[in-house]
Design a protein around this ligand. Structure first.
Ligand SMILES: [Zn+2]
Length: 496
């Protein structure tokens, strides 16, 4: 009896030792990103990104994030609703109907950038933000709503549940499509007031920063009485009046002037006087101008916008570092989404000079975040992803087409398409000579750069290879879907 008991004990001991070992192995495999930082450059395809790099560094891939260990690409198409109201999509089956990006189609010529199979189409920012924040492809304009109209739990929602903090920072309005996608839920991106209300009143966001200020335009007071201001982007007048008093409404610390953003950025994690929740509404109803867009000639930014604007408007860097300081108070970690929202707007307008300025503001914010991670956190507990939600403008190097009718626009019937030219090597501080083939969104692959714990999860989600894209933009040609950004963030952080 005793012998048997001993044997059983030995067996139990061995079994539990084995289990402990097995769970240690499992643990070692478990990703441990405590902090997830996602940078989205709206409308920034590979060539737009390269223009930004030449402008700031004089090199094709000279930016800090160009050195991240994972360099890839994302296909970002959204779902298509058929005229009978049905939405079908299954990427595992019939790729000719469901694969929204196919290299052979893309490289055929200018029309390839908007080629689409039966069940998908070129995305907008809301559907792309939804994909990146939920892992679910949906329809245009939907903000964390599924193709069948159900509310989707997004990465932010899952982070709150796990006791982590969430921050959303943008150079567009706080309730614009991309920041909305990182936080809110709405069947239409155009319902700004509802989205702003959800963000400020309902959600447990820790940081919310961006524009949409009712009372200012580019830092100057709007010359209208208060009942004619536009309160849409900040949840409506009643909510705005409550929260902008800064008397602790819903625990928010509210500010809107540049010195307050700068002061928050100048603090350090662990400072006793860090606010618990921050709503920073930049003093402009429209886009936040990139006041630091010209690296070598800051005075040109004053000439461009005037001192009053530059003094009132924070840089994206100031917003980002301030947000990181506030978020760092949560020992469990955080999710921060930062958007450079206006690269898209510059590319829609085919304005390369504005595009590189916006891009510089964006890439500088990443530099500052990298520095912050290395000083106050580490790559063993943080993952940082840089990507875009879609391409805008179909940008190629000069010489891609001959503008036969001299109208400054590409039309296949009026002009001669030559070949896809790379963005030409350009000195630092000069705008590269490019041609825009479109004023809209396209399917062109966008860059993905990842650094930190779990970065290699990228390779678990590869959906296809485009060798020509790989040759053109100097990576292995493997691409993911934008919905895999969620999958990577989830796998790296363990937040499901
Ligand atoms: Zn756009």
């Amino acid at each position: 009896m005793r012998k048997l008991a001993t044997r059983v004990l030995v067996l139990v001991f061995l079994a539990s030792a084995f289990l402990a070992l097995a769970s240690d192995v499992a643990k070692a495999d478990e990703p441990k990103a405590k902090n997830v930082i996602l940078f989205i450059a709206d409308g920034n395809g590979y060539n737009s990104d390269i223009m930004g790099s030449y402008w700031r560094t004089g090199e094709e891939f000279g930016l800090e994030y160009n050195k991240f260990p994972v360099k890839g690409a994302s296909a970002h198409f959204m779902l298509h609703k058929h005229s009978d109201g049905t939405v079908e999509w299954d990427p595992e089956k019939e790729p000719e109907k469901n694969m929204g990006y196919v290299g052979e189609e893309f490289w055929k010529g200018p029309q390839g950038a908007n080629w689409r199979p039966t069940n998908t189409q070129t995305t907008d920012s809301a559907a792309s933000a939804t994909a990146m924040n939920t892992g679910v492809k949906t329809l245009g304009g939907y903000v964390n709503i599924s193709k069948t109209g159900e509310k989707l739990e997004n990465f932010a929602d899952k982070n709150y549940k796990a006791g982590r903090s969430v921050g959303v920072v943008t150079t567009a309005q706080i309730s614009h499509a991309t920041p909305a996608g990182a936080s809110a839920h709405n069947e239409s991106r155009g319902n700004y007031q509802q989205i702003g209300y959800e963000q400020i009143h309902d959600l447990p966001l820790t940081v919310l920063m961006g524009s949409g200020h009712p009372a200012f335009s580019n830092g100057k007071k709007v010359d209208k009485p208060a009942d004619e201001w536009n309160y849409n982007f900040v949840g409506g007048r009643e909510l705005w009046e409550k929260v902008s008093k800064n008397d602790g409404y819903h625990g928010w610390t509210f500010f809107d002037d540049r010195p307050d953003f700068a002061a928050l950025a100048a603090k350090t994690p662990g400072s006793a006087d860090l606010p618990k929740r921050v709503l920073g509404v930049v003093r402009t109803t429209g886009d936040v101008p990139p006041i630091d867009g010209d690296a070598d000639n800051p005075d040109s930014m004053i000439e461009r916008w005037g001192k009053e604007t530059v003094d009132a408007i924070p840089s994206l860097t100031e917003m980002t570092v301030g947000a990181l300081n506030v978020l760092s108070q949560n020992e469990n970690g955080f999710y921060l989404m930062v958007e450079g929202g206006n690269i898209d707007h510059a590319n829609h307008a085919n304005n390369a000079a504005n595009s590189v300025l916006e891009h510089a503001g964006f890439s500088k914010a990443i530099d500052a975040a990298i520095e912050w991670v290395e000083k106050y956190s580490s790559w063993d507990e943080t993952i940082m992803i840089m990507t875009a939600d879609h391409e805008t403008g179909q940008i190629w190097g000069a010489g891609t087409y001959d503008d036969d009718n001299d109208d400054g626009k590409f039309k296949e019937k009026d002009d001669t398409f030559n070949e896809f030219m790379p963005v030409p090597a350009t000195e630092k501080g000069k705008v590269p000579e490019v041609q825009y083939l479109s004023g809209s969104h396209t399917n062109a692959l966008v860059p993905v750069y990842i650094k930190g714990v779990g970065a290699e999860k990228y390779y678990d989600f590869v959906r296809g290879t485009d060798e020509k894209a790989g040759e053109f933009w100097k990576f292995d040609g493997k691409f993911i879907f934008n919905s895999d950004i969620y999958n990577i963030m989830s796998a790296a952080s363990g937040i499901k």
